[in-house]
Design a protein around this ligand. Structure first.
Ligand code: COA
Length: 267
């Protein structure tokens, strides 16, 4: 029996990748887990995959819902609260991305990513408030390094993720007095995700990218799930409004210089 057993966890974008990994992580701990995604087939598959990880205490549901549609998100939250009770953990993880330069991006292309990432997070947080367990609820936004670093070909994601970080901190400030905490996980390169698949198309660039990480490897979805479980646990009860970098140390700095085997000092 873990402290997450019987809790209700709602995850946007939870039908694939990192967010599906977070869903499975909570399911293994006995939580009731609901995931939403745009594609109905993916949602059904995710529900089956998460159910396979559930303990006797927990259950899973997955259904189709577009985070850009506030009314649909509100309806999904009501449905989950009706099935499992108030919402203890809400993970806003839905994201969209493609690589394009500013000059190769139409206004609609820019807006599409900002709509999914930033408005999607706003919609999930805003609509969840009436259903949150108070005190005790934990909101988590899944952000990215683009929030801090200006990256070429990523104007939409940089703008959206920087907004996600600030939006989440405002939730921490406004809803902290009700006992609701809001934090941000900023994952580094995570194995078996779309972003890393793109990078691994060029082996030289891929090796250089790994070499820059102080941990000298990619992260795993389970490591992101562990961070989400920690942030939603009693051990994190005084952590609010923070960005937790789960990136092997990459945000702290570039480890491509070998400082553990330095050359002899010049006289
Ligand atoms: N370069 C430039 N513009 C692009 C583009 C690219 N690679 N991909 C999409 N766009 C533009 C489209 O042309 C369209 O703009 P327009 O109407 O001016 O032509 C706009 O973006 C919206 O595209 P559309 O495909 O209609 O949006 P969608 O809502 O169906 O899907 C994404 C948007 C981001 C989800 C989609 O691009 C996608 O599937 N990406 C890969 C999967 C993914 O994002 N995974 C998550 C990783 S974090």
């Amino acid at each position: 029996m873990t402290e997450h057993a019987g809790k209700t966890v709602f995850i946007t974008g939870g039908t694939s990748g990192i967010n599906l990994g977070i869903a499975k992580g909570f399911a293994r701990e006995g939580a009731n887990v609901a995931v939403i995604g745009r594609d109905p087939d993916r949602a059904a598959n995710a529900e089956a995959e998460i159910k396979a990880e559930c303990t006797d205490d927990g259950d899973a549901m997955g259904f189709s819902c577009d985070v850009r549609d506030y009314d649909a998100v509100e309806g999904a939250l009501a449905r989950v609260a009706e099935a499992y009770g108030s919402i203890d953990v809400l993970v806003a993880g839905a994201a969209g991305n493609f690589y394009a330069p500013l000059l190769g991006m139409s206004p609609n292309a820019f807006r599409t990513v900002v709509d999914i990432d930033l408005f999607g997070t706003f919609n999930a947080f805003r609509a969840s408030y009436p259903y949150l367990t108070k005190p005790g609820a934990s909101l988590i936004a899944i952000s990215a390094g683009q929030a801090d670093r200006a990256s070429a070909m990523q104007a939409h994601a940089c703008a959206a993720k920087a907004g996600v970080n600030q939006l989440t901190k405002v939730c921490a400030v406004e809803w902290g007095p009700a006992g609701v905490r809001a934090n941000i996980i900023s994952p580094g390169g995570i194995a078996d995700t779309v972003g890393v698949q793109f990078l691994s198309k060029d082996p030289t660039k891929f090796d250089e990218a790994i070499n820059r990480i102080p941990g000298k490897r990619l992260g795993t979805v389970d490591e992101i799930a562990d961070a989400a479980k920690f942030l939603s646990s009693d051990a994190a009860r005084y952590i609010n409004g923070q960005v937790i970098y789960v990136d092997g140390g990459l945000y702290a700095g570039d480890a491509s210089t070998d400082c553990l085997n330095p050359p002899p000092r010049e006289k």
